[in-house]
Design a protein around this ligand. Structure first.
Ligand code: AHR
Length: 332
């Protein structure tokens, strides 16, 4: 059976890919230019980045962080693709990067499954693959060089612990899940269950809102039509779905943050604003500013240096008062 392969894995695969990283561009048309004035010129590193899409505020911040880090000034040529959260489109983008002979491929995988074939094609073409943000299930960990992202399970657990503390009496909850089959949706659900274990919480309904505001609103409208004011708590697996749900809750004549206690994940500026305004009750952070770490990894892998197989970003969580303090200097 396949297992999610992350922390503690041997570096052999990373090194094997790293040592062959540059040759992927030898026959391609994209990897032959140079950069750097004055002294010795450095080869421009051509990177194909397969982003999930543009579903959320978190994603916008992540895309910007990646574009900033993979700039020409930093020695990169970035080929960017956003796949509109369609797995087939993302795999097609990766195949196109292989055909273009890029020096390295970065993927923010939409779902955990379905990656073996295209990663084997990248390996055969001697192009190293770095994963950012989301994790995958693979048969062989050497199919990617490294992963950098957030600990989704811990995020869910932190949200679950807050729910447990808040539910001092029997509480009916609804859940807005992220993209079906994605690592954050799966791991946040697992973490929330662990964190809230033993709490008197009944889950009335749990359905995907695809990490978007529009779907968060639509699905919450459905929950409210079915369960009305029986709903006392909402766990939205990201800020955007929670923000969409606010409209539905208000339209139903209920007060978000009071009639329905709300916990979300991401801590984007809009999410923290809703928290500071008393509409959300607790927000767990998921740091999207991964570009500098990913570009550093790519440089090292392409240069044949060994890199850690996994790197986890640091996240915090926010109460309403903490959101008020954090908002003025919030970067995303
Ligand atoms: O993979 C990270 C998740 O993807 C974020 O929590 C969500 O907002 C985004 O779309």
């Amino acid at each position: 059976m396949r297992k999610r392969l992350l922390a503690g894995l041997a570096l052999a695969g990373a090194i094997a890919l790293a040592t062959t990283g540059c040759s992927g561009s030898a026959s391609g048309s994209t990897g032959s230019s140079t950069a750097g004035g004055g002294g010795a010129a450095h080869k421009v590193i051509t990177v194909g980045f397969a982003q999930t899409g543009s579903e959320s505020g978190w994603r916008a911040a992540n895309t910007q962080s990646m574009k900033d880090a993979f700039s020409e000034a930093n020695g990169f040529k970035l080929i960017f693709n956003a796949a509109d959260n369609k797995q087939e489109a993302q795999i097609a983008a990766v195949r196109s990067f292989i055909n273009q002979g890029v020096d390295a491929i970065v993927i923010a995988p939409i779902t955990v499954d379905g990656w073996d074939d295209v990663l084997k094609e990248a390996k055969a073409a001697k192009i190293p693959v770095i994963l950012e943000d989301r994790t995958i299930n693979v048969s062989d960990p050497s199919l990617y060089a490294a992963w950098v992202g957030d600990d989704f399970k811990k995020e869910g657990q932190t949200a679950g612990e807050w729910a447990k503390k808040t539910a001092t009496s029997p509480t009916n909850m609804v859940v807005l899940e992220g993209t079906t089959g994605s690592a954050p949706a799966l791991d946040r659900a697992t973490g929330f269950t662990a964190g809230s274990a033993g709490a008197p919480i009944t889950t009335l309904a749990s359905q995907t809102g695809n990490f978007t505001r529009a779907d968060g609103k639509t699905v919450m409208e459905g929950f409210l039509q079915k369960y009305g004011n029986k709903i006392q708590m909402l766990f939205a697996q990201n800020d955007d779905m929670g923000l969409g749900a606010l409209d539905a809750i208000t339209a139903a004549g209920l007060t978000p943050g009071k009639d329905i206690k709300i916990v979300t994940i991401d801590a984007t500026h809009d999410g923290l604003q809703a928290l500071a305004d008393g509409k959300f009750n607790y927000v767990v952070e998921c740091n999207p500013l991964l570009g500098p770490q990913v570009s550093d990894l790519v440089k090292k892998v392409v240069a044949g240096q060994s890199v850690p197989k996994s790197q986890v970003a640091t996240d915090q969580s926010f109460t309403q008062d903490q959101a008020k303090t954090a908002l003025p200097s919030r970067k995303y």
